[in-house]
Design a protein around this ligand. Sequence first.
Ligand code: GAL
Length: 379
Amino acid sequence: MSKKHIFFYFITLSFILTGYSQKKYTTFKPGDLWLDNNGKHINAHGGGILIYNNTYYWFGEHKTTGSLGNKAMVGVGVYSSTDLYNWKNEGIALKAVNDTTSMLQKGSIIERPKVIYNKKTKKFVMWFHHELKDQGYAAALTGVATADNITGPYTYINSFRLHPGVLPLNFSKKEFDAVEMIKDRTDKNWKEKVVKGAYFKKDFEVGQMSRDMTLFVDDDETAYHITASENNQTLHISKLADDYLSVTNEYIRVFPGGRNEAPAIFKKDGKYYMFSSGLTGWKPNPGKSAVADHIMGEWTFLGNPCIGTEKEKATTFWSQSTYVIPVIGKKDAFIFMGDRWTPKNPIDGRYIWLPVEFENIKPILKWQSEWDLNYFNNN
Ligand code: GAL
């Protein structure tokens, strides 16, 4: 090897080692492997985005390989980007711990983390779906953590059920008293009783269940917690306290018995939109959408937002909603962010990001195998 060859060999090697060989992305390719600045597939599933200082921060579940891969063995990961295509790994924002006395112990379930920024307290506040170790999905808690720096470390505060002993704004004492309980699995009036609030009443004293969840901060900085409650049968939307660390008593039941999971909210032209899914675990199902003039209701169901083949509509392009990203500096540009789960090897889960389009007031999604942000200028 000549001196010149050795020189180029070392230059190439150092580029590979420092990650600079990584080609910059200029498009989204939904469903493909998506490499971070270290050349590793992004590990931020069931995620959400916080825009801060003109930078996007993507928080999500850090999955691992194999049968424990969907459990919180590591915690919540965070990545940053200024262009939405290229992401820098910023480490673990909230760590699962080795302490068996902590609710956050490794092997518990931490899903769908969302982070918002409180301008008054100057704290970053993370909420997440939390299940306790070895209890499956029975605990149905929502958890809170805070940090002074956006990438963490986040300090865990607590996990809890919501609104013990408190009635929602759109549910009177009279209606509550009239609710009939479900006798057993053979109860023929099961569905009707669920709609009227049988699961709600069952949990009235201990607090309402909270599983798939998201957060939404309105233009006036009021924040809301949106969650699949009542055994995933009914959504609850709660106004958060001013410091975003707890819920107020103001909350509503949305689509009783509607079986919505994976809620994701965005606001356009003063209207609130929601994407959600049905209930089929890690398997995909037809997506759903809804609109409201105020986030605290009334919500109107708009049906499946997907336009495409029967299979695409039946599976939401083989994905489940998790968040909707408002694109910085582009009016009315929103990105649907979904997960294509791979429960056999959770770390390999893919991301389905698609542009949100509109047909009158209905948000719609169409498959794109490759697209970029110019899509919003041309469509
Ligand atoms: C899904 C839910 C995921 C996860 C999964 C567990 O329906 O959206 O976040 O909880 O079930 O099976």
